[in-house]
Design a protein around this ligand. Structure first.
Ligand SMILES: *Cc1c(COP(=O)(O)O)cnc(C)c1O
Length: 375
């Protein structure tokens, strides 16, 4: 059996998807070519792209007034591509950012090159929530405390901070923030397709595929059509949403194999019962793991309970001198890539869609066993 993979990204893919890709590797459905070898403009790949878009639209119930784009450069490139496309709309030139961890801070830093950027809210300080003190970046700033400029071109937030292990359980209602006309732009990279997305609240959602939707190399951009067509003159043509949308994500050669793989993941998700079914499975996995961590005095979960991510679960051993032994024995037990991000330390279990409850249960057994031997 393959070991369980808790990597934060690139991360586990469903075994069925890998097996199907292997079976189709040298000859895609009798056409005599690998997907990697075929023209992106030919009828085979056009079909692969069309099915991927249609399946994604179905899975997330994406409204017709949104375009679905497949781009390159990862979520990191979107940190520049978003402002270049959106900040100049109606000559506004300004945008607001919510800071909740490493990824939203990176987005904010990059955006400063393109206009007047303000911080709408931040969790970069200590705080006290219900009598419990929380360290910086271990909680989401409450939407009630955000200050959004009513003439901002957009508000950006990261709805799942992969490194800190934070997730926003509900997108904000911009009207309630006094900014009804400000479009909400969401970096959903690390929980994309793990739960539904409310497109009445989000005007744009983007996600690098390699966390939960496929291999590295393709970035999914879902953007409301009225936001397209306002790119700054400095925006590279290949990164102008208007060009990418008009060309059906083929303004230049797209990452064909990554799109094909993401398409197989979309079909796998449909076979699992869709996003609602996978969300229920994700809730069960997260409850099992956090429930265990909270009941233990050997391990600690640093994130405020209301902000905990269902996808990325950071935790610490009280006695950090045991970290190396913990990781070495975990690998022997078939539990891979549990080491925390270097900026946070400790451990992190990423339990994406492709990581089943069985894997989480085996992780919990290992945690119990390690505690019994060292506690
Ligand atoms: C991984 C990640 C990124 C960066 O993705 P790249 O593909 O490396 O550019 C950005 N935002 C979030 C939330 C991520 O998890």
């Amino acid at each position: 059996m393959r070991p369980w993979n808790f990597s934060a990204g690139p991360s586990a893919l469903p075994l069925e998807v890998l097996q199907q890709a292997a079976a189709e590797m040298t000859d895609w459905r009798g056409c005599g070519m690998s997907v990697m070898e075929m023209s992106h403009r030919g009828k085979q790949f056009t079909q692969i792209r069309d099915e991927a878009v249609a399946d994604l639209r179905e899975l997330l119930a994406i409204p017709d007034d949104f375009d679905v784009l497949f781009m390159q450069g990862g979520a990191t490139a979107q940190n520049a591509i978003v402002p270049m496309n959106l900040i100049g709309r109606a000559g506004l030139g300004k945008a607001d950012y919510v800071l909740s961890g490493i990824w939203s801070n990176k987005s904010h830093k990059e955006a400063q090159r393109y206009g007047d950027i303000a911080i709408a809210g931040s969790s970069g300080t200590d705080t006290v929530i219900n009598g419990v003190s929380q360290a910086p970046w271990t909680w989401y700033p409450s939407a009630q405390d955000w200050h959004v400029r009513s003439d901002a071109a957009y508000l950006h937030l990261c709805s799942n901070e992969t490194i800190g292990g934070l997730e926003l359980s509900e997108l904000p209602d911009m009207a309630a923030l006094g900014a009804a006309r400000v479009p909400l732009v969401v970096d959903a990279s690390s929980h994309f397709l793990s739960r539904p997305i409310d497109f009445s609240k989000a005007a744009m959602v983007y996600a690098g595929a390699q966390k939960n939707a496929g291999p590295a190399g393709v970035t999914v951009v879902i953007v409301r059509k009225d936001l397209i067509g306002h790119a700054l003159p400095i925006c590279p043509s290949a990164f102008d949403y208007a060009n990418v949308a008009a060309a059906g994500s083929m303004f230049n050669t797209p990452p064909t194999y990554a799109i094909y793989m993401a398409g197989l993941v979309f079909k796998w998700l449909k076979r699992q019962g869709g996003v609602a079914a996978i969300e229920a499975a994700n809730i069960a996995k997260a409850q099992a793991l956090y429930g265990f961590l909270d009941a233990s005095s050997f391990y600690v979960s640093p994130v405020h309970a209301a902000s905990r991510s269902r996808m990325n679960v950071p935790f610490f051993l009280h006695d950090e001198s045991l970290n190396a032994e913990f990781l070495a024995q975990a690998e022997k037990a078939g539990l891979m890539q549990l080491k925390g991000h270097k900026s946070v330390g400790g451990m992190r279990a990423s339990i994406y869609n492709a990581v089943p409850l069985e894997a989480v249960q085996e992780l919990i057994s290992y945690l119990q066993d390690f505690e019994r031997r060292h506690g």
